[in-house]
Ligand binder design. Structure first.
Ligand SMILES: Nc1ncnc2c1ncn2[C@@H]1O[C@H](COP(=O)(O)OP(=O)(O)OP(=O)(O)O)[C@@H](O)[C@H]1O
Length: 250
């Protein structure tokens, strides 16, 4: 008997009005961390929005543990088991850390605000601070913590390392590994190739709205030719420049 993968995406098509962004996009993942990398404008954020129901797909299928979820509302998809940490974190600037967490906390769930504070002790210290007074790293921790309270099977993160100090990126990398060890899958869109490789042992490369290639481990980090081809990393970038090689920005 074959079991369904955690997430299976087949022939996905989505866009904005007449402009089709995702076309025949497919991949599968289990309880693991998978990175999505690619040049700007290839459709990575559109894929996140299509998976979580913010942008209903116009074709194809999204299956979570074998059940179709495409066409469901974002609320139903969240209840089905996919949580979203959107780009820019989208927190309430006037609500405190504990108010954010209390809003989503429900009796009987595995993830509680205390469990989130145990994972991110920094948030416990900042409990009474408003969203607008948190640092970028603290906001990202809160956005991840909020997603965890949904007890999701899969967390979709759109550019979580954006604008964060290296030490906070380390915390995020550890968090992703911790989640996978706890049975929570993570699909992470990253501009920062180095961060993507550290978070996820599989990276899928998006080109013009499709998954065009897949790489394992740090294969991409050692291949400036592939970085140039798939990620637009310039040939002018010295291979010894860790920041240049670490970003997928063109
Ligand atoms: N709300 C929108 N309305 C119309 N077009 C959009 C909208 N959002 C994105 N697009 C277009 O869809 C395409 C894919 O954008 P998307 O943001 O998904 O790419 P991306 O790979 O996430 O890039 P980036 O890293 O720059 O965010 C781009 O051509 C973009 O201009």
């Amino acid at each position: 008997m074959t079991t369904s993968p955690l997430l299976e995406v087949r022939g996905l098509r989505a866009g904005y009005g007449a402009s089709i962004v995702l076309e025949d996009l497919g991949f599968r993942m289990g309880v693991e961390a998978v990175g999505i990398v690619g040049r700007n404008g290839m459709g990575k954020s559109t894929l996140c929005d299509a998976l979580v129901g913010f942008l209903p797909p116009s074709g194809g299928r999204v299956l979570l543990r074998g059940n179709r979820i495409d066409g469901r509302s974002p609320e139903r998809i969240a209840r089905s088991g996919i949580a979203y940490v959107p780009q820019g974190r989208r927190l309430f600037l006037s609500l405190t850390v504990e108010e954010h967490l209390a809003m989503l906390s429900r009796r009987g769930r595995r993830w509680t605000p205390s469990a989130v504070y145990a994972l991110f002790p920094r948030l416990a210290e900042r409990k009474r601070q408003r969203g607008g007074n948190l640092s970028g790293g603290e906001q990202q921790m809160l956005a991840v913590g909020r997603a965890l309270l949904l007890d999701a099977d899969l967390i979709v993160m759109d550019e979580p390392s954006e604008g964060l100090a290296p030490a906070i990126v380390d915390v995020l990398v550890d968090t992703v590994h911790h989640l996978v060890a706890e049975g929570v899958a993570v699909l992470v869109v990253e501009q920062n190739l180095r961060a993507a490789v550290r978070m996820a042992p599989r990276q899928l490369v998006m080109v013009s709205g499709r998954i065009e290639a897949e790489f394992a481990g740090d294969e991409l980090l050692d291949r400036p030719d592939l970085q140039h081809r798939y990620l637009g990393v310039g040939t002018a970038t010295a291979p010894s420049d860790p920041d240049g090689a670490g970003t997928t920005d063109a």
